[in-house]
Design a protein around this ligand. Structure first.
Ligand SMILES: *Cc1c(COP(=O)(O)O)cnc(C)c1O
Length: 389
């Protein structure tokens, strides 16, 4: 199975593993417990928190797609992060991307801090900053690349090589690119985490998280934590997620195509100050992105020249929904300063550049002309309101 191209492996998730009937889709095993044949014997399944057949097919598939050794499906992306963070304890320190998903920041600062785990937030491209923040008790570096919402790119291979020398783990949040475009474990990372609620699921209809580990010892530790904490994905959601993943290749190609066209349109728009998208050649991360990934995410951010445009734009978009997620077939637009990044203190937000003129666009798979039309009309309506005042 593993020799096939990724498009084939995606389309065939769960298709060849059902021994009893040959069903082309793997069934939903809606059971918590499994009968033991006799004392000391097991079918391989005992209790669904530990292992469920439907979830196991998903976990094998994602481990293969990411080229890791073991996959773990969790009840959300945050549950996956919590499970990973349980590798650490009292006195441990983490280095974390400065421009970070707000929920991850909140989990570290308001939950993990109570368990004695501390974090320093740095630009993970700046090796002087990495060196300076690496303490004797540092245990891991957590990277998002591209970051959300500012789309900063980190050289995964370079950071992983540095981390290896320091004997600390490299953890990569691969939510925005998925294994279709980027495989951090092949570049030297130890752990990949996904909010599968985003591109992997792809339809804004299932909340899920994924962990993939490399190496036997780390995989065993993670299996222990996954089962011990118990924030596992249910069988129905596992099925729903696999159903979405089958079309990942097609969706990512279209997300990327649409996003580039719209980013180019906005870059020329007189009311727009800046577009943050690594597929644009003037983006500072363009070369590293091309080196380590085979494509680009469908998400980008843009900054309006005037803050007063934000409210009317969000009121006037129709096809594009003003809503707070990303990675689905439907286009969504978010205002990071008050939504996804509200839990990050304003001084850190501003240091990073998440200011109040920034909008994030998760470009769906609708026809690109319709999306440009909707956005153009909303900006024009905003301009008329502001100038008519
Ligand atoms: C959404 C998201 C998360 C959190 O995942 P949930 O599934 O919402 O719990 C983590 N990291 C990134 C980059 C995300 O976009």
């Amino acid at each position: 199975m593993s020799d096939l191209k990724i498009e084939s492996r995606l389309a065939q998730i769960g298709s060849v593993n059902e021994p009893a009937t040959g069903a082309v889709n793997f069934p939903i095993y809606q059971a918590t417990a499994f009968r033991h044949p006799r004392l000391g014997e097991s079918t391989g399944f005992d209790y669904s928190r530990t292992k469920n057949p439907t979830r196991a097919v998903l976990e094998e598939a994602i481990a293969d797609l990411e080229r890791g050794d073991a996959g773990f499906a969790c009840s959300s992306g945050m549950a996956a992060l919590q499970t990973i963070f349980a590798l650490f304890g009292q006195g441990d320190h983490l280095i974390v991307s400065l421009d970070l998903y707000g929920g991850t920041y909140r989990l570290l600062e308001r939950v993990m801090s109570r368990f004695g785990v501390t974090a320093t937030y740095v630009d993970t491209n700046d090796f002087d900053a990495l060196e300076a923040s690496c303490l004797p008790n540092t245990k891991a570096v957590l990277i998002e690349t591209p970051t959300n919402p500012l789309m900063m790119i980190t050289d995964i291979g370079a950071v992983a090589a540095w981390a290896r020398k320091k004997q600390i783990l490299t953890i990569v949040d691969n939510t925005l690119l998925t294994p279709f475009f980027q495989r951090p474990l092949e570049l030297g990372a130890d752990i990949v985490i996904h909010s599968a609620s985003k591109y992997l699921g792809g339809h804004n209809d299932v909340l899920a998280g994924i962990i993939v580990t490399k190496g036997q010892s780390l995989s065993e530790q993670m299996a222990f934590l996954h089962n011990s904490i118990g924030a596992v994905l249910g069988p129905s959601d596992s099925y729903q997620l696999m159903r979405g993943m089958k079309t990942l290749a097609l969706r990512m190609e279209r997300h990327q195509y649409n996003a580039l066209r719209i980013a180019e349109y906005l870059r020329e728009h007189p009311q727009v100050e800046q577009v943050y998208y690594p597929a644009l050649p003037d983006h500072p991360g363009y070369e590293v992105q091309n080196k380590q990934s085979s494509g680009n995410t469908g998400i980008f951010s843009f900054k309006m020249k005037n803050k007063r445009y934000i409210e009317p734009i969000l009121r006037h978009i129709r096809l594009i929904a003003f809503a707070e997620s990303l990675g689905g077939v439907e286009s969504l637009m978010t205002y990071p300063a008050v939504q996804t990044h509200a839990d990050i203190p304003p001084e850190i937000r501003e240091k990073v550049g998440v200011d109040d003129r920034l909008l994030r666009f998760s470009v769906g798979i609708e026809h690109v002309d319709d999306l440009i039309q909707d956005l153009g009309r909303a900006i024009e309506a905003a301009r008329r309101e502001i100038e008519g005042e």
